[in-house]
Design a protein around this ligand. Sequence first.
Ligand SMILES: [Zn+2]
Length: 264
Amino acid sequence: VSGEATRLSERVRVVLAPNPSPMTLEGTNTYLVGDERNVIVIDPGPDDEGHLDRVRASIGDAVVVAVFLTHWHVDHSESAEELARGVEAVVGSSRTPETGSDLPIRDGERAGGAGIFLRALHTPGHSSDHLCYLLEEERALFTGDHILGRGTTVIAHPDGDMAAYMASLERLRGLDLDRMYPGHGPVIEDPQAVLIEHVEHRKMRERHVIEALPGTPEELVARIYVDVDPVLHPVAALSVRAHLAKLASEGIATEAGGVWRRLG
Ligand SMILES: [Zn+2]
């Protein structure tokens, strides 16, 4: 009955996609939420027939109420159309029908059906379209790429927005959570501690960026990420650009001719 899914709670199972990388950790977590009769699939993952077969086997005879996406990055969404068409389900996300969703889901909406519902929370930052989904019965939050099972997510300017990311973290700190189910990596059993760590980490990085000024984003990366493999510096530069955009919006830093400097 359970196919190849790993059971995580009374209502939650996970199927791991075979797309490991520095960004996706062990791979994308595809979650099945519900019971043996009805399920919602969250983030069906990359276009990989073997993975989709395992997801379908794990669905078994259950009705797929909907396929929900945390966001549209390909490692989460690529197989959504194919899975949804095959089981005659809709694809739900924050996007409108013009940009991909069958079912646009609004912030705060309780979405689903057949007794399986998830509360959507718009959490921009990693991407502008990002939703987290709250399973209220288990005080469990599906965090997509907003919070990973370990390490920190990439905030890639310009679709990634550091100020929005920080605000989204603060919003999640207001929730009473027992668990977080990330889009990549292991289950988080201490949500509040992890959220505080994330806030502190971003504040520390912001201080480092300010202290490293003036310079181009690439020069700042070389100063800040001295202990990090240079292979990862281009990714780090996207994050530094996201910090700089936040600092610019707050009147703390400014750019001229590619060089960033402190204001005042
Ligand atoms: Zn991802």
